[in-house]
Design a protein around this ligand. Structure first.
Ligand SMILES: Nc1ncnc2c1ncn2[C@@H]1O[C@H](COP(=O)(O)OP(=O)(O)O)[C@@H](O)[C@H]1O
Ligand SMILES: [Mg+2]
Length: 295
């Protein structure tokens, strides 16, 4: 289980320049600035509480800049949350919010992480790319024979024929195939948790649909606990067990798609309803009751 309890992330960014004048007031203001910090606080994740149960897929949904990626990166400690003493991130009951850098590296090896275009190593074969983390973990846990087995197991899981794909280089793959390899790589060391940041964003609709279905099936088959960032409501509805809607660093509401549809929060309801509205407009347009000029 993953639990975020009252987690925030604040950045201190350079303050906007204040007007400077040549008169006395301006000079005084300039003097004043010498004694003031030249930064201002930007709270990008604001008091977020989230729960992801074992085997569940949570979609973190929201517009651009709403704080989704920052929230996700705090779960594998790529980003450290504010240390104000009240926020906690529990993974399997253990608070990882302020562990050391070294422990954070350790933690990340146990959590699969997929982003839209994370570097697959171009000079390495698909097999070698998938084997990166098991090899890092070393012989005690992963013998070469076991790794070889695991590579084929994973390629089959993501529907790439091992004999065909094992020895190819990433450049010789389509966008969808590359993304399948990224999934395989993320799952190589048998993590129980996977984090995904807009994993299907760059794919054409047909490829995306195939991957969405396959990935959900893999999560369920492997009993993974998953958090997926997306700005695509249809994707969230089709894939997730639970949805959390974010805006301006806050979680507006969270629950099952059905619960979100009946949310007390109007923004959430509107957001959830948007794919249906769109489909209705397309239907009306094709059916001739809505004309091009009035779309
Ligand atoms: N290192 C940083 N310093 C200052 N602001 C940041 C930093 N990283 C992200 N932000 C800001 O935090 C907000 C949320 O970013 P992010 O979590 O990436 O949003 P999302 O993934 O929902 O698009 C944005 O306004 C972004 O500009
Ligand atoms: Mg993002």
């Amino acid at each position: 289980m993953i639990e975020l309890i009252r987690v925030s992330k604040t950045y201190h960014i350079p303050a906007a320049p204040r007007p400077r004048g040549r008169n006395l007031a301006g000079m005084l203001a300039g003097l004043e600035r010498l004694f003031e910090p030249e930064t201002e606080k930007r709270i990008v994740v604001n008091d977020v509480t989230l729960k992801v149960h074992e085997g569940e897929l949570l979609a973190l949904l929201g517009g651009s800049g709403s704080g989704k990626t920052t929230t996700l990166k705090m779960i594998n400690r790529l980003i450290e949350p504010d240390g104000d003493g009240q926020g906690k991130i529990l993974i399997g009951g253990q608070d990882i919010s302020h562990i050391s850098k070294r422990d954070a590296v350790e933690l990340r090896r146990k959590i699969g992480y997929v982003i839209q275009s994370s570097g697959l190593f171009p000079h390495m074969t698909v097999a070698a790319n998938i084997a990166v983390v098991p090899r890092l973990l070393g012989l005690k846990q992963w013998s070469e024979a076991r790794i070889k087995e695991r590579i084929d197991e994973l390629l089959k899981l993501v529907k790439l024929e091992p004999t065909d794909f094992r020895d190819r280089e990433p450049e010789k793959l389509s966008g969808g195939q590359k993304q399948r390899v990224r999934f395989a790589r993320a799952l190589a060391a048998e993590p129980k948790i996977v984090l995904l940041d807009e994993p299907f964003g760059a794919l054409d609709p047909e490829t995306r649909e195939g991957l969405q279905k396959d990935f959900r099936a893999i999560c369920k088959a492997e009993k993974l606990t998953a958090v997926m960032v997306t700005h695509d409501m249809t994707e969230a509805l089709l894939m997730a067990d639970k949805i959390a809607v974010m805006q301006d660093g806050k979680v507006l509401d969270q629950g099952t798609p059905r619960q979100m549809r009946a949310s007390d929060n109007e923004t959430v309801r509107r957001f959830i309803d948007s794919p249906r509205h769109q489909a209705e407009r397309v239907e009306a347009l094709l059916g001739g009751t809505l004309h091009g000029d009035f779309r």
